[in-house]
Design a protein around this ligand. Structure first.
Ligand SMILES: Nc1ncnc2c1ncn2[C@@H]1O[C@H](COP(=O)(O)OP(=O)(O)O)[C@@H](O)[C@H]1O
Ligand SMILES: NC(=O)OP(=O)(O)O
Length: 313
């Protein structure tokens, strides 16, 4: 029997610029449609780090070059734009791949807002890297000219960091659920969702943040009562002693063992740590639920128990 699966797509599923994305989504669609063809219900969340940084950069360049004509674009609006154009490419790639295989199921992207807490400590400690990698000189210039916070990212260069509060609730969850229950393939919570504060009355106010898509996908999987959360990234399995001579790939993890490894610092913050944390949270959220972390190309093998790291009670 098919499962209800929420997928969190990592950076390699989308590439880091527009032409790369056009190519990457074809491979991504093929891996996802394998799961749909096997009879599973699939909901797709995705990242947006490179894309939201690019949009924000372009928007602030406009304002800087012509302050009389353009006003600054809030980060929440940049997240909305990234959801729109990534969703556009993804839903079209999925539609084409499904039709090529004779699957006529509709596919749509839901512009999704996600509630965040104004008191989340993340607002005082930005940690989420966005945009392209920079040299030290480019980073220094960004800090001097725009006052952004920039960090060195694991020897790969410098990146701007922004606040990344935890997702509290998904505003459009009923609409998403209704589409899923009616067998549509849905792209939702793109870029972790557009972060919003729920204010008095019915007003939602955009927040200057980028939510981690692994945490948003976990929330989505819980709220949709999914059977499985699949986090697709650039490694086939999670490792302990990652990158060291005694590295060991893990096929199975219980939440308790994962917690021990988390406390021992086995998973890098900002990359594997949120994935393992999200996977553990979902596996613990109700009996019978399990998470899987694997390579995009191995999604089908992973769901069939042949590879990846399975996290379950
Ligand atoms: N313990 C670990 N096991 C496996 N991969 C790890 C570990 N720690 C860090 N990583 C790195 O984390 C990366 C995944 O994080 P990231 O690139 O941020 O994901 P994505 O963009 O796909 O969401 C892997 O490709 C790997 O290089
Ligand atoms: N929003 C988000 O988590 O994006 P990345 O996966 O690109 O970091």
């Amino acid at each position: 029997m098919g499962k209800r699966i929420v997928i969190a797509l990592g950076g390699n599923a989308l590439g880091s610029n527009l032409p790369e994305q056009m190519v990457a989504v074809k491979k991504t669609a093929s891996a996802i449609v394998d799961l749909i063809e096997a009879g599973n219900e699939v909901v797709i969340a995705h990242g947006n780090g490179p894309q939201v940084g690019m949009i924000q950069n372009a928007m602030s360049e406009l304002t800087r070059s012509n302050p009389e004509k353009y006003i600054p674009c809030p980060l929440s609006v940049c997240v909305a734009m990234s959801q729109g154009y990534i969703g556009y490419d993804l839903q079209n790639a999925l539609r084409e791949e499904m039709l090529d295989r004779g699957i006529t199921t509709g596919c749509t992207t839901i512009l999704t807002q996600v509630e965040v807490d104004a008191h989340d400590p993340a607002f005082k400690n930005p940690t989420k890297p966005i945009g392209a990698f920079m040299t030290k000189e480019e980073a220094d210039k960004m800090v001097a000219e725009q006052g952004y916070k920039v960090v060195e990212d694991a020897g790969r260069g410098y990146r701007r960091v922004v606040a990344s509060p935890k997702p509290q609730s998904i505003i459009e969850i009923d609409t998403i659920r209704s589409l899923v229950e009616n067998d549509y393939v849905v792209v939702a919570c793109g870029g972790g969702g557009i972060p919003v504060f729920v204010t008095e009355g019915h007003h939602l106010k955009g927040a200057a943040a980028v939510i981690d898509k692994d945490f948003a996908a976990e929330k989505l999987a819980e709220q949709l009562n999914a059977d499985c959360l699949i986090i697709l990234t650039a490694v086939e399995k999670v490792a302990v002693h990652f990158g060291k001579p005694d590295q060991e790939w893990l096929s199975e993890l219980t939440p308790e063992t994962a917690q021990k490894y988390i406390e021992a610092g086995e998973f890098a913050p900002g990359s594997m740590l949120p994935k393992v944390q999200a996977a553990v949270a979902f596996a613990q959220s109700a009996p019978g639920r399990e998470s899987l972390i694997t390579l995009l190309e191995k999604a089908k093998d992973g769901i069939n128990g042949l590879t990846g790291t399975r996290i379950h009670q």
